[in-house]
Design a protein around this ligand. Structure first.
Ligand code: ATP
Ligand code: MG
Length: 261
């Protein structure tokens, strides 16, 4: 069965999609077949960051224009993707949350993947919480900005209160250096664990680099760019630490319940 890893943040624009794309590519190279799912239904862009033009998207599946397996496309030489599309707010409002059953459907596909990486939307709405509650690992992207700190806290609080998720991995993005990233994480952990009965795991940091912003503009993931060994090492650290982390407790309960029939 696939291990599902969601990447979320609360605040928008903190680098979720950028991390999801580069993390997925390295995860497949290090650990096994990987499907990247763009679950940001309003502003899907993971396929753009990979320079890929999909023929079908998750929205076609939701609109029942194609089967789920048809919308999953293999990007030559790298991961498979279930891309999203932009401008689907009407459909989402009309039909409720389409992400509620997506992960179980992906898990029951004939073509199976060792890992499924979900690039979540910003915010802490039902769609995000539904994706997180089906995940084996919930990764929170955190920046050294008050707004990111507060929104990441709010997302964890909602995920705990509404879905009983009690374990989160944290990646500090756009960090000035290792020490500042660790200090930010330590403050965040103290605040979160001081108020909520959840546990956090620090899974590394990605430095602030023009090369990453440029790679988004060029639609070429940084881990595929020549000469970026140092940045690949940061992504690899995150991959290895998440692979070593225990499963989210809400998923453990789900797996045990289904094992018991
Ligand atoms: N470590 C980094 N250093 C420099 N720029 C970065 C870094 N990480 C991400 N960026 C840039 O930040 C911008 C926002 O990144 P991205 O689109 O991945 O964020 P997001 O959290 O997915 O946004 P949204 O909430 O809108 O989905 C992009 O231009 C990206 O290239
Ligand atoms: Mg994004």
């Amino acid at each position: 069965m696939s291990t599902v890893i969601s990447i979320a943040s609360g605040k928008g624009g903190v680098g979720k999609s950028s991390l999801a794309v580069n993390f997925s590519i390295r995860l497949q190279e290090i650990a096994g077949s990987t499907l990247l799912v763009d679950s940001d239904l309003l502003m899907a862009n993971a396929h753009i960051l990979m320079g890929f033009r999909p023929e079908l998207s998750l929205v076609d599946v939701i609109e029942k224009k194609c089967a789920l397996s048809d919308a999953i496309q293999k990007i030559p030489g790298t991961v498979s993707i279930l891309p999203g599309r932009s401008g689907t707010s009407v459909l989402v409002e009309k039909d409720g949350d389409p992400l509620e059953t997506l992960v179980p459907q992906i898990r029951s596909l004939k073509e199976s993947y060792d890992y499924v990486v979900m690039d979540a939307a910003a915010g802490a709405g039902d769609g995000v919480l539904n994706a997180l509650s089906h995940s084996d690992h919930v990764v929170i992207v955190l920046l050294g900005q008050a707004t990111s700190f507060v929104d990441a806290y709010a997302l964890i609080k909602n995920a705990y209160i509404e879905r009983r998720i009690t374990q989160f991995s944290v990646v500090v993005n756009m960090a000035d250096n290792k020490v500042k990233a660790q200090t930010l994480y330590d403050n965040f952990e103290r605040t979160v664990c001081g108020f909520l009965p959840v546990s956090l795991i620090y899974t590394g940091y990605i430095p602030l680099r023009d090369a990453i912003a440029r790679s988004s503009k060029k639609c070429k993931p940084i881990v595929q760019a020549p000469g970026e060994k140092h940045l690949i090492e940061h992504i690899d650290t995150v991959v290895h630490r998440i692979l070593a982390a225990p499963l989210s407790t809400s998923r453990q309960t789900e797996v045990v319940a289904s094992d018991c029939g």
